[in-house]
Design a protein around this ligand. Structure first.
Ligand SMILES: *Cc1c(COP(=O)(O)O)cnc(C)c1O
Length: 382
């Protein structure tokens, strides 16, 4: 049995007629750039979340950049974000003109550790970008309290967390703005690049929509950028949106099955889910000290896995200029050699999950026990 890491084609087949007719309609109308479907999707996504405004754009990275520009980020400003994310979160801080300030993560959740944020705040700090990594909501009560106390803005990076909830409330509804990616592999994915920001702030919505479309149509009130959602992507997202709830529930069932099946394996830590949270399980990430051997043996058994991400952000060459050391981010650093993402998507079957778990059990038996010495050493670190 071959288990891919993601399987976008089987999802397409499950809703083929809806997708095909949505695409045909856009082509029939030649409504390629913006057009009725784009506005319809913006309204549908805003109402799904219960937020006032959705400003669509070309991708989730642009959404972060546009949101920061809209919040008035200036050269010399500092923005705090997590040491463990996809680089979009930090590269856009630099693009917006500010300085990236990384913060270590909480061991259980993989998310920014609220207990460490205040130690990163200086007179130049203007905002915080928490990332709901892998679909696990951040500790928003603590983060919002810090933002309020220090008058900082919050942009939630929700690229991996569509329909995740913190204390019953959808992520993306806490901050001054929140950004989403609809990259094909995300929980709600287009068939190309797509993204948006959402906000309850009328002025921010207005400014960002103008900025993303060349500073205004007809009258250019400013210089902007070209970051648009195209009509085909909007139509595809609209066709998929009614299924998102059940797809998210399927992801949670897949995760629960993995966690139950892997419980008896030693050397494997399954993901923690905070009791006050509903995880969206964009990724199912285990930790093990036998990561590299396990990944290789699973690949040999035709089970694809992934590393999200191979390194914590401060340790990539892109951030060498910050001169960080491993001890600056001990949790994120220890995770980078131990995390392993298992295949997860709504269409993966119970039989496939069982197969992955069996192959993991077999592999672990084959890996020499010398690795167990390292297990104890690393868990003592954390
Ligand atoms: C995918 C992703 C983004 C960027 O989205 P794109 O649509 O690929 O530009 C930003 N942040 C995180 C955490 C992501 O996973």
């Amino acid at each position: 049995m071959k288990i891919p890491f993601v399987d976008l084609h089987s999802q397409y087949l499950s809703i083929k007629s809806e997708i095909d007719s949505a695409i045909a309609e856009v082509i029939a109308q030649s409504a390629y750039i913006r057009g009725p479907r784009v506005e319809e999707f913006e309204n549908a996504w805003a109402s799904t979340l219960g937020v006032k405004h959705c400003v669509s754009c070309a991708n989730g990275t642009d959404a972060l950049y546009i949101a920061m520009r809209g919040l008035g980020v200036m050269p010399g400003d500092e923005v705090i974000t997590t040491a463990h994310s996809w680089i979009s979160t930090s590269e856009t801080i630099t693009q917006a003109g500010a300085r990236v300030v990384f913060c270590d993560t909480d061991y259980d959740t993989f998310n920014i550790d609220p207990k460490l944020i205040e130690s990163k705040i200086t007179s130049r700090t203007v905002g915080i970008i928490p990332v709901h990594l892998y679909g696990q909501p951040c500790e928003m009560d603590a983060i919002m309290a810090i933002a309020q106390k220090h008058s900082l803005w919050i942009i939630e990076d929700c690229a991996q967390a569509h329909l995740a909830r913190y204390k019953g409330r959808l992520v993306g509804t806490f901050g001054n703005a929140a950004t989403f990616s609809f990259y094909p592999g995300k929980n709600l994915g287009a068939y190309g690049d797509a993204g948006c920001l959402v906000t309850g702030d009328d002025q921010l919505a207005d400014w960002t929509a103008t900025f993303a479309r060349h500073g205004g149509k007809g009258e250019h009130v400013m210089e902007g950028i070209n970051s648009r959602l195209d009509g085909l992507q909007a139509a595809i997202l609209l066709a998929k949106l009614p299924h998102l709830r059940s797809w998210t529930e399927s992801r949670r069932r897949v995760a629960a099955l993995y966690t139950k099946s892997l419980a008896s394996l030693t050397h494997i830590e399954t993901p923690f889910v905070a009791p006050e949270c509903e995880h969206a399980f964009h990724l199912y990430v285990i930790r093990t000290d036998r990561r590299d051997d396990l990944k290789r043996q699973l690949a040999e058994a035709s089970v694809s896995t992934s590393l999200n991400y191979p390194k914590a952000l401060p340790f990539y060459p892109a951030y060498a200029y910050l001169n960080h050391q491993e001890k600056d981010f001990p949790v994120a650093y220890s995770n980078q050699s131990r995390i392993l993402s298992l295949p997860i998507y709504p269409e993966i079957s119970g039989a496939m999950i069982n197969h992955v778990c069996e192959k993991m059990a077999e592999s672990l038996q084959r890996i020499p026990t010398t690795a167990s010495v390292r297990v104890e050493a690393t868990s003592a670190l954390s």
